[in-house]
Ligand binder design. Structure first.
Ligand SMILES: [Zn+2]
Length: 307
């Protein structure tokens, strides 16, 4: 074959399911991850509403607390970012995500339970080459004291800076260059976090109905309310990287370039992808050579073999 040496697409080897509570709606949800044909991409299917929505930036709605997909006719899927991060970090190009409700289960507030599901299902290569989005010129969006940018680079890397008044967080920054296991090792276990005051305010407004110490780090003043404390000393900035990584996968493939987030959130990453794809000179689609000397890209060059 002419495409020998080119990374090929992958899907799941079998179907896996989980049950959990939606962070925002609080309802119990069953979610299945199913194999899909090459070229399908990640597609969400609401079996309770008979609707499908592709996991793409141009099918998102403006939101700040989480990333929400919409079919444009009122059918939404909330909080897709942690699952998208797990799929990206596990090298899954094609999958059907089946849900019986409007939200991806929160699980433990990180991407680790979804990574475990994908490991349980296993992955297989498919006939089409993987398509990546190569950044050709810098794109930046700013607003509300924050910014997000994509810059040309040989591999994929991310950096993030956060700054909070809270004495436990203050200033944290991190830069990650992605290699085979980077997402799993460095980011996948970092949990969502919130301030107790905010959680109480949001709950009174009918939001975060499913939020609890089981699926988020809750901070009160200079105290972590969760027993067991933090999973990483800088878990907060790692979770922001995880969120941005998941949101960037809504580009429709891995990105070859550098992401920089400065106090940014879901809305900035969404605007960033819109700005990128609005400029035909800012990006191109490319395949990825499977050579040992190739710089690391957005996800594993070497897939794990699951016993
Ligand atoms: Zn998150």
């Amino acid at each position: 074959m002419g495409d020998k040496g080119i990374i090929r697409q992958r899907t799941l080897a079998s179907t896996v399911a989980c049950h959990g509570v939606g962070l925002h709606g609080g309802e119990r949800i069953t979610m299945s991850l199913r194999p899909a044909d090459a070229g399908t991409g990640i597609v969400f299917r609401r079996i309770d509403a008979g609707a499908e929505v592709p996991a793409l930036w141009n099918h998102t709605v403006n939101a700040t607390l989480c990333t929400i997909l919409s079919n444009g006719e009122g059918i939404e899927i909330k909080t897709v970012e942690h699952l998208m991060a797990a799929l990206a970090g596990s090298g899954v190009d094609n999958a059907i995500v089946e849900l019986d409700g409007a939200e991806v289960p929160a699980m433990d507030g990180s991407a680790a339970p979804f990574v475990a599901m994908i490991d349980q299902a296993g992955t297989v290569t498919q006939d089409l080459p993987r398509r990546a989005i190569k950044i050709l010129k810098p794109i930046e969006v700013t607003g509300q004291g924050a910014s997000a940018a994509l810059l040309p680079d040989h591999g994929f890397s991310m950096s993030f800076e956060i700054e909070f008044e809270n004495p436990l967080i203050r200033f944290q920054d991190m830069m990650v260059t992605f290699e085979a296991d980077t997402f799993r090792a460095e980011l996948s276990r970092a949990r969502t976090f919130g301030m107790l005051d905010d959680v109480e305010r949001l709950r009174a407004a009918g939001l975060v109905q499913g939020g609890s110490l089981k699926n988020a780090i809750v901070i009160s003043g200079d105290r972590i309310l969760n027993r067991g404390g933090l999973r990483y000393a800088d878990e907060f900035v790692r979770h922001k990287l995880l969120d941005a990584y998941g949101d960037l996968y809504l580009a429709g493939g891995p990105i070859i370039g550098q992401f920089r987030g400065l106090r940014s959130g879901h809305a900035h990453t969404r605007m960033l992808l819109a700005a990128l794809f609005a400029d035909p000179e800012a990006w191109c689609m490319t395949t990825i050579a499977d050579t040992a000397g190739m710089p690391a890209i957005a996800w594993p060059l070497r897939q794990r073999v699951h016993a």
